[in-house]
Design a protein around this ligand. Sequence first.
Ligand SMILES: Cc1ncc(C[n+]2csc(CCOP(=O)(O)OP(=O)(O)OP(=O)(O)O)c2C)c(N)n1
Length: 232
Amino acid sequence: MANQGDVKTEPLPNTPPTIEVERKFTFTDSTEDKLQEQGASLIQQKTFTDIYYDVPQYSLTLSDHWLRQRDGVWELKCPPENPTTNDLSQVTCQYAEHVTIPEIIAKCSAVLGLAIPTDSSMQEFLTSAQCGQFATIKTERKSYSLNEFSVDLDTADFGFRVGEIEVLVLEENKIADALSRIDMLAKTLGVGESKKLPGKLSAYLQRFRPEHYKTLLQHEIIPEVRDEHFFC
Ligand SMILES: Cc1ncc(C[n+]2csc(CCOP(=O)(O)OP(=O)(O)OP(=O)(O)O)c2C)c(N)n1
């Protein structure tokens, strides 16, 4: 029998990936007031650092695969196998998030056309795939909880801020419903912009990695970043 100290904090290898359905928005000082009026509670305020990785040909990001270490923990965001496509999916993102090393190596190796054993360490994978760091972003995040929604207000260390409404779903047939519930909340908060807004990494690339940014923009992997998206 497991004793009380024998708590597993790592997901099991066959855990299905969580699907994040999220919509970005520009926030102002009044956004927090509106959130609180709707009954949202501030659940966390934290700072974290993301380091993103790719190969020199940008093959992972060109395939919409985002490999990162968040405060040292490996994560891979990639498109779900059956994304939902409708009017609302034009302003919203859907990503499956993988957090186990064998799954991350399997997914990335498949994109790169490499046969790297899934029991390799991440360091072995990075070396075999010639994968290196291309962005480091420090973020201050305020996280609000409102019913089934998480609402994050992020300020990145290079003068960029972005809000995000997120719902986690466990099955792909729940994505369409999540899209419309997110749309309703965005309208209630007065942040229902009709275009997809860039996230922190897109803004970072536009500012610090122009060649990578242009390549992803040309392939319509990321939305355009304009100067007005920065606050300094
Ligand atoms: C609007 C939009 N944003 C990003 C992309 C590309 N992209 C997808 S994932 C991705 C990596 C970063 O994801 P993002 O949600 O912006 O970061 P963050 O909020 O810190 O992650 P979380 O804490 O929510 O896990 C990118 C650039 C896109 N195609 N469209």
